[in-house]
Design a protein around this ligand. Structure first.
Ligand SMILES: NC(=O)C1=CN([C@@H]2O[C@H](COP(=O)(O)OP(=O)(O)OC[C@H]3O[C@@H](n4cnc5c(N)ncnc54)[C@H](OP(=O)(O)O)[C@@H]3O)[C@@H](O)[C@H]2O)C=CC1
Ligand SMILES: O=C(O)[C@H](O)CO
Length: 494
């Protein structure tokens, strides 16, 4: 039975005014998976109005009252988690272990934010006179537009609705058109959890069609986007007319540095995660491999042998599934072909795997290792977002390696493997990336601040810093003296 998903406005599932629907394909088989509503501008107005009207009441609840809705949502997701895991395997094509891990992440994120009840406190500071005082309140902005990507479609929704709701904002979720059903699943659970109508709403439709209208809407106060850097730039342009607060989690180009004293087995194992987790479709995926000349051949062979063991295919019984769509396969193929034309060498993979039956039409791509890469090649400059990595041999000059790592338009995650504490501390200070993982895998923790330099975005998510992004500090000045204007500079002066 083909799935059909409507819009979720003011607590109800409703048809799009245009009665138009877009198609979602199953990435493992290329078959039609379902249809979802293509919202019009009228629908966008109705949805944002619902969130705007609901927010006035929502912020009047205490944070403890708001957290009770989040705890109920957590319970409902936990009770039905297997159906979300199945949906992630179908809609994204991620292997079962990773679908389970993402649902764990959803629960962890929502729990982390619900626990901020009673902990979002302002300050009382001294006034400019003994009988003056300043109250600094942390207040919600209003309507949050949460625009989410397809690669972690459940976790990215949780990472946005959690802090938005606990701080008293209401939310309009705009998911990727590659994963509309995952967002719809979470919104339906929120409906069942009894969130008041209008506190969480769902709008679907191509970002390129409805995006600018949403991001320039006068009733939107915060835009939290996780997506490509070019999308972030477009949202910055479009939202300048309303000066919305922006939280932009964008692209990555993580350097993966293996130093001469590294534990090579550990580094190779972590690289299997950093490169092939979610088929390399992660903003914190390793995208540039820098290996010290003394261990270059040994490490590369170690990683190659581990890569050869990967089973590619059905997400329910493989190590790596498909890419999200055919455009992604073409984009990744283009990176590999371009690297070859610029003189690099493919030592493994470099094309679509041979798969039979229903999977033969899926959007699969082989894990691919490329050597003889130069710093200025496209494959080291642009985000690949697939199971492909280029490798470069580096000299014994650690300063040069830090420079190579920092020489990127992106600055989100980075990785370093060394046993030398002084090198690790030097890298901690000098690497210009929001995250540095030393001798360990990611991903980022709910209590870590997920943020990036340069085109990787601005502001950030998670940690106590992430929650602060959803509140504004309002300042109330009070003078309780008998003559508030005494000794004040107030004209007329003559
Ligand atoms: N920094 C981080 O924490 C993370 C970053 N990412 C990054 O996300 C990217 C992959 O996700 P992907 O979904 O392909 O990214 P996209 O930028 O293609 O899309 C992200 C979201 O933005 C919407 N969108 C597209 N154009 C506009 C527009 N003009 N105005 C408003 N919204 C718009 C999309 O809708 P639609 O699908 O309908 O076009 C989608 O919901 C990668 O670059 C990855 O690095 C991913 C995860 C985490
Ligand atoms: O890296 C990503 O794509 C998300 O932040 C999950 O780690």
């Amino acid at each position: 039975m083909e799935k059909i998903q409507e819009l979720f406005i003011n607590g109800e599932w409703v048809k799009p005014s245009s009665e138009e629907y877009l198609t979602k394909y199953n990435p493992s088989t290329g078959e039609i998976y379902g249809k979802f509503a293509a919202a019009s501008r009228d629908d966008a107005d109705r949805i944002i109005d619902a969130a705007y009207d609901a927010q006035k009441k929502w912020e009047k609840l205490t944070s403890v009252e708001r957290s009770k809705y989040l705890y109920k949502l957590i319970d409902l997701i936990r009770q039905d988690r297997e159906s979300l895991e199945e949906l992630l395997m179908d809609e994204v094509g991620k292997p079962k272990r990773e679908a389970v891990q993402e649902v764990d992440g959803v629960l962890d994120q929502l729990q982390f934010y619900a626990e901020f009840a009673r902990k979002i406190n302002g300050d009382v500071v001294e006034g400019t006179k003994s009988e003056r005082i300043i109250y600094q309140y942390k207040v919600p902005y209003g309507v949050v537009l949460a625009i989410t990507p397809w690669n972690f479609p459940a976790a990215m929704v949780a990472r946005k609705i959690g802090p938005a709701l606990i701080t008293g904002n209401t939310v309009v979720v705009k998911p990727s058109s590659d994963t509309p059903f995952t967002a719809g699943w979470i919104v339906e659970k929120a409906r069942q959890a009894g969130f008041p109508p209008g506190t969480i709403n769902l709008i679907t439709g191509k970002g390129s069609v409805v995006g600018d209208y949403l991001t320039s809407h006068k009733k939107v106060s915060v835009i939290t986007l996780t997506g490509e850097s070019k999308t972030g730039q477009q949202v910055m342009k479009s939202s300048s007319s309303i000066m919305a607060k922006l939280i932009l989690e964008l692209g990555g180009k993580a350097p993966f540095i293996v130093w001469k004293d590294a534990d090579l087995e550990l580094a190779a194992k972590v690289l299997m995660w950093a490169k092939y987790w979610n088929a390399g479709q992660s903003c914190i995926a390793a995208e540039r491999l820098y290996i010290h000349e003394d261990v270059y051949d040994k490490f590369l062979n170690l990683f190659l042998e581990k890569t050869k063991t990967l089973k590619i295919g059905d997400p329910r019984n493989s190590d790596m599934g498909p890419l999200i769509n055919n455009q992604a396969v073409n984009k990744v193929s283009g990176f590999v072909e371009n690297a070859i034309s610029q003189g690099a060498k493919v030592i493994y993979g470099g094309g679509k795997p041979e798969l039979s039956d229903r999977l033969s039409k899926g959007f699969f791509y082989m894990p691919t290792i490329i050597t003889d890469v130069k710093q200025n090649m496209e494959i080291f400059r642009e985000e690949i977002f697939g199971p492909v990595i280029g490798a470069m041999k580096v000299s014994d000059d650690f300063n040069e390696v830090i420079e190579l790592a920092n020489d990127s338009d992106y600055g989100l995650a980075s990785y370093l493997f060394t046993k030398d504490l002084s090198l690790a501390m030097k890298a901690s200070r000098e690497i210009k990336f929001g995250e540095l993982y030393i001798n360990m895998p990611g991903p980022e923790a709910s209590q870590g601040y997920h943020t990036g330099f340069r085109l990787s975005g601005q502001a950030g998510e998670n940690s106590k810093y992430g929650i602060e992004e959803y509140v504004k500090v309002k300042n109330i000045y009070i003078d309780y003296s008998k003559d508030p204007t005494k000794d004040e500079v107030i004209p007329p002066y003559t």
